[in-house]
Design a protein around this ligand. Structure first.
Ligand code: 3HC
Ligand code: NAI
Length: 692
C-alpha cells in the first residue's frame, strides 16, 4: 500500500521525486495504478523541491503493460494515453527506471518519459500483436522515432521481447540500482526536456523513400496469414512516418479501439489466460514448491530422447542420456550436435555456444549415471514390455523422490507406474516432435501421481520453455485422441469423393499451417500403418498408399508427390483412391468445402466434449492450449472449444446429428455434454477474464 493509493508510493530522495509502482504481480496498468500515477504527478507538481522525477517499478516488472482483464470493458479514467501525455508535458525531467520487463503499455509509459534507464537483463517490447491488438498508447508512434521505423516495424509486428542489451536507441543509460537511476535523474536537472514526439531524425530516410517500409512490411504480412493485428501495426507505423505526431496518435487509437473489440483479439486474449490457467491443478495445496531440478536424465537417444535432452541443455540444466548400445548413443548425440550446428548456420545460435551446450551432456550406456538425477524421462520404444524393463530398472537405480516420467504417446501411464514401488513419483511427460522445437507438453497425471510430482513436472515445463497442460490417462491423451477423429474423417472424405488437396486447402484456409495429408506425409505414413497393423484396424486409402511404398516425404510420394519438400497433386493418388472406391462399392460424389470444414473440425470438438465429460481435461481452455501449441490450431480463433462457443453449440450438435444419420456413423453423434449445453443455449466455457 503506497502513500498515494494502493498501487503507487511517492518518495523524495533529495531533489529527486521517486514514484514507485507496486501493483503485483507484474505492475499491470489497471485503473488503480493509472489513477495513482496521475495523482502522484500532480503531487510532484506541487513540490518545487522535486527538480526531477524517477518512475520505477519492482525488480520483476517496471510494468507488464495494460491490464488485459480490462479490455472489452468500459475503461475507467484516466486512460493510459492521458497519463502519458501528462508525463510527457511535465515541466521537469521524468526518467523511467526500467527493470524486469517493460512491455506493451509499460514500455509506452517509458517512451513518454523524457529519459529511460534500465537494469541489465531487462526485457523491453511491444507484444500487443500477440493479443490481437496493436500498441495503443503511442508505442507505434514513439518507437519508430527511437529505433528507426524499419526496426520498430519488425519489433512491433513480431511482438518480440528485446533484451535491453540489444535495444539500440531505447535507453539512455544502464542503471543497475535505484540509486544509480536517481543519480542519472540528477544529472538531467537543468537539461532540455527530451521528448520522443519531437524527434524526427530517424524518420527522414523512410520519408524520402516511401518504398522502404512497404518492402519491410511485405514478408511480415505474408507470415501473418491474414491476421488483422499485424496489418494494423503496419498501418500505424506508416502513420508515424507520414503523419504529424498527433494525427499518428489518433490513427493508432482508432485502430486499437477497432481491434480490441474484434473476435480475433478476444480469442487471443483467451489464449493468453488459458495458457496460464492450464498450469493450475485444482486441489493442489497452495504454496506447494517444486523441488529444483539440478540434473536431468533421459533414457533413449532416438528421435524424442535427443530432442528432450536438448530442451534441458538449452535451459542450462546438465543432462545424462542413457542408451542400450554405444552405436545408438553415438548416432543420437550426432543428431543433437548437427541440430546445434544447423542453428548456428541459421543464425539463431552463436558458434561458441555449441561447445557450451554439448558440455552439459553426459552420454553413456551405464545406467548408474542416472542415480543422482532429479528427473528421469524415458523415451524408448513404444511397447509395454520395454517400458516395464526400463521402469523396473529406474525404480532400482533412481534416487528416492526423483520424478520418473514416460514420454509414451499411447500406453497406459498407470500401468507403467505399477512397474515401480513409487507410483506417486511417476507421470507422463508427453513431448511433441521435434521436442526441442514444439512448445506443447502434455503432463499426464496417473491415478497415483502426487501433487509434488505434478508441481515438479510443471516447474520443469516452465524452466525449459514449454507450454504445459495437465491431462488424464486415456488412449491418445487429449491432443492425439482428438486428432484421431480428424484423421478418421480425412480418410472417409477421400473415400466419398474429396481429394487431398481440396481438404488440405480448407484446413489451411482456416489458418492451420498444414492440412492433414501434408502433415501425414511429413510425419511419415508408415507410422500410422504400423500402429493399425498392430491393432488389427484398417484405413483403406492410407493402407493402399503404404502398400504402394508411398510413405510420405521420405519416399518423395505419399498423398502428394514431392520435388524436395514441395508437394504437388498426384494423378496416381487419384487412381489409388478410385481403386479403393471400386473395391468397396462406393459411388464418389462432389463434396463441398462447407461439408469438409464441418467434418474436419466438428468431430474433434465433439471428442473434446467427451474428454471433458470424462474429466481427462480439467477445463475446455486446456484443450484449446493443447491444440494451439501442439497442432497449429490458429490462435486467432482461440482453439477448438473457444471456437465452438463462438459458432454456437446448437449448430455444431445439429450438424453432427445430420452426418451421423446420413453416414450411418454413430461415432459422429453429439456427446451428451455437447447436446446438453446446446439445449441450454450455453457454451463450453463460462465467461473468463478475457471473455468480456
Ligand atoms: N494484464 C493482466 N494480467 C497480467 C498481465 C497483464 N498485462 N500480465 C500478466 N498478468 C497476470 C497473468 O495472467 C498471471 O496471472 P495469474 O497468476 O492469475 O495466472 C500473472 O500476471 C503472472 O503472469 P505470468 O505467469 O505470465 O508471469 P511471468 O513472470 O511468467 O511473465 C510477463 C510475466 C512477461 C509480464 C507475462 O505475464 C506477459 O507476457 N504478460 C503480458 C504482456 C503483454 O502482452 N503486455 C501488453 C498488454 S496490452 C497493452 O499494454 C496495451 C497498450 O498498448 C495500451
Ligand atoms: P526412436 O525409435 O527414435 O528411439 C527410441 C530409442 O530408445 C532408440 O534409440 C533405442 O535404442 C532406445 N532404447 C530402446 N530400448 C531401450 C532401453 N531398454 N534402454 C535404453 N534405450 C533404449 O523412438 P522415438 O520416436 O524417439 O519414440 C520414443 C518414445 O517417445 C516412444 O514412447 C514414443 O511413443 C514417444 N513419442 C514419440 C513421438 C514421435 O513423434 N516420434 C512423439 C511423442 C512421443
Amino acid at each position: 500500500m503506497g502513500n498515494i493509493n494502493a498501487a503507487v508510493d511517492l518518495q523524495q530522495d533529495g531533489d529527486v521525486a521517486v514514484i514507485v509502482m507496486d501493483n503485483p504481480p507484474v505492475n499491470a496498468l489497471g485503473y488503480v495504478l493509472r489513477g495513482g500515477l496521475m495523482q502522484a504527478m500532480e503531487a510532484v507538481r506541487a513540490k518545487p523541491e522535486a527538480k526531477a522525477v524517477v518512475l520505477i517499478g519492482t525488480p520483476r516488472a517496471f510494468s507488464g503493460g495494460a491490464d488485459i482483464t480490462e479490455f472489452g470493458t468500459i475503461q475507467k479514467q484516466p486512460l493510459l494515453p492521458e497519463v502519458i501525455a501528462v508525463i510527457e508535458a511535465f515541466d521537469r525531467p521524468v526518467i523511467a527506471a526500467m527493470s524486469g520487463v517493460a512491455l506493451g503499455g509499460g514500455l509506452e509509459l517509458a517512451l513518454g518519459c523524457h529519459y529511460r534507464v534500465a537494469a541489465p537483463g531487462s526485457k523491453l517490447g511491444l507484444p500487443e500483436v500477440k493479443l490481437g491488438i496493436l500498441p495503443g498508447a503511442g508505442g507505434t508512434q514513439r518507437l519508430p522515432r527511437l529505433m528507426g521505423p524499419v526496426a520498430a516495424l519488425k519489433a512491433i509486428v513480431a511482438g518480440t521481447h528485446i533484451p535491453v542489451e540489444k535495444a539500440e536507441g531505447l535507453v539512455d543509460a544502464m542503471c543497475a540500482t535505484r540509486e544509480e537511476a536517481v543519480a542519472f535523474a540528477r544529472s538531467c536537472i537543468g537539461k532540455p526536456l527530451a521528448r520522443v514526439r519531437d524527434r524526427d531524425e530517424k524518420l527522414q530516410e523512410a520519408r524520402a523513400n516511401p518504398g522502404l517500409l512497404d518492402e519491410a512490411a511485405a514478408p511480415l504480412l505474408k507470415r501473418a496469414r491474414g491476421q488483422l493485428s499485424p496489418a494494423a501495426c503496419v498501418q500505424a507505423v506508416m502513420g508515424a512516418v507520414n503523419l504529424p505526431f498527433d494525427e499518428g496518435l489518433a490513427l493508432e487509437r482508432k485502430l486499437f479501439r477497432d481491434l480490441v473489440n474484434s473476435k480475433e483479439s478476444r480469442a487471443q486474449r483467451h489464449a493468453f489466460f488459458a495458457e496460464r490457467e492450464a498450469t493450475k491443478v485444482p486441489g493442489m495445496p497452495a504454496g506447494l514448491k517444486a523441488a529444483p531440478v539440478k540434473k536431468a536424465a533421459i533414457i533413449g537417444a532416438g528421435t524424442m530422447g535427443g530432442g528432450i535432452a536438448m530442451c534441458f541443455a538449452n535451459a542450462g540444466i546438465p543432462v545424462t542420456i542413457v542408451e542400450l548400445k554405444q552405436d545408438a548413443l553415438d548416432r543420437g548425440m550426432g543428431v543433437v550436435e548437427k541440430n546445434y550446428r544447423t542453428a548456428v548456420s541459421r543464425g539463431s545460435m552463436q558458434e561458441g555456444d555449441v561447445a557450451k551446450r554439448m558440455a552439459l551432456f553426459t552420454a553413456t550406456t551405464d545406467w548408474s549415471a542416472i542415480a543422482d538425477a532429479d528427473v528421469v524421462i524415458e523415451a524408448v520404444f513404444e511397447t509395454m514390455e520395454v517400458k516395464r524393463e526400463v521402469f523396473t530398472k529406474l525404480d532400482a537405480i533412481a534416487k528416492p523422490g526423483a520424478l520418473l516420467a514416460s514420454n509414451t504417446s499411447t500406453l497406459d501411464v498407470d500401468q507403467i507406474a505399477s512397474f515401480t514401488k513409487r507410483p506417486q513419483d511417476v507421470l507422463g511427460m508427453h513431448f511433441f516432435s521435434p521436442a526441442n522445437v514444439m512448445k506443447l507438453l502434455e503432463i499426464v497425471r496417473g491415478k497415483a501421481s502426487s501433487y509434488e510430482s505434478l508441481a515438479r513436472a510443471l516447474a520443469i515445463g516452465r524452466a525449459i520453455g514449454k507450454v504445459s497442460a495437465v491431462v488424464g490417462v486415456c488412449d491418445g491423451f487429449v491432443g492425439n485422441r482428438m486428432l484421431h477423429k480428424r484423421s478418421a474423417q480425412a480418410e472417409a472424405l477421400l473415400l466419398e469423393g474429396a481429394l487431398p488437396q481440396q481438404v488440405d486447402a480448407v484446413v489451411t484456409k482456416f489458418g492451420f499451417p498444414m492440412g492433414p495429408y501434408a502433415m501425414g506425409d511429413l510425419a511419415g505414413l508408415d507410422v500410422g500403418w504400423r500402429i493399425r497393423q498392430g491393432r488389427g484396424t484398417t484405413a483403406p486409402i492410407a493402407d493402399a498408399l503404404c502398400e504402394a511404398g508411398r510413405y510420405g516425404q521420405k519416399t518423395n510420394a505419399g498423398y502428394y508427390k514431392y520435388d524436395g519438400r514441395t508437394p504437388s497433386p498426384d494423378p496416381e493418388v487419384q487412381r489409388i483412391i478410385a481403386e479403393q472406391q471400386r473395391k468397396l462399392g462406393v459411388n464418389p460424389r462432389t463434396i463441398g468445402d462447407d461439408e469438409i470444414f464441418e467434418r474436419m473440425f466438428y468431430p474433434m470438438i465433439n471428442e473434446g466434449a467427451r474428454i471433458l465429460e470424462e474429466g481427462i481435461a480439467t477445463r475446455p481452455s486446456d484443450i484449446d492450449v493443447i491444440w494451439m501449441n501442439g497442432y497449429g490450431w490458429p490462435i486467432r480463433t482461440g482453439g477448438p472449444m473457444h471456437y465452438a462457443d463462438t459458432v454456437g453449440l446448437k449448430h455444431i450438435a445439429d450438424r453432427l446429428d445430420f452426418y451421423a444419420d446420413r453416414n450411418g456413423d454413430e461415432t459422429l453423434r453429439p456427446a451428451k455434454l455437447l447436446r446438453d449445453l446446446a439445449n441450454q443455449g450455453a457454451g463450453f466455457a463460462p465467461p473468463t477474464k478475457a471473455a468480456a
